[in-house]
Write a protein of this length. Structure first.
Length: 119
């Protein structure tokens, strides 16, 4: 059974850096593509970026300048850092795994973690 669990602060002040971690159990993070996705209140899902099997990363053009995804294979975790946050970054943040051999067909999701950007 593959399980993903997001963790991180629920409240971040404007201009600070948001840092979230996704811990993966039941599978290795080096055998699939793993993604960060968010859902702002009242809006649809927004793809943030992903880290591939090789460790290479890709980002949404709208967030690329502020986003960084990395991984710690010894802990089977990957992280998202989003800098210079504003209230518009308030959202539920999800980590997800892409199914074997795919890049965007998600087969497992974390439960999501609420992040609020507010002073």
């Amino acid at each position: 059974q593959v399980q993903l669990q997001e963790s991180g602060p629920g409240l971040v002040k404007p201009s600070q850096t948001l840092s979230l971690t996704c811990t993966v159990n039941g599978a290795s993070i080096t055998t699939n593509n793993y993604h960060w996705i968010r859902q702002p209140p009242g809006k649809g899902l927004e793809w943030i970026g992903n880290i591939a099997l090789s460790g290479s990363t890709s980002y949404s053009p709208s967030l690329e300048s502020r986003s960084s995804i990395s991984r710690d294979t010894s802990k089977n975790q990957f992280t998202l850092q989003l800098s210079s946050v504003t209230p518009e970054d308030t959202a539920v943040y999800f980590c997800a795994r892409a199914a074997d051999g795919t890049r965007y067909k998600y087969d497992y999701w974390g439960q999501g973690t609420q992040v609020t950007v507010s002073a």
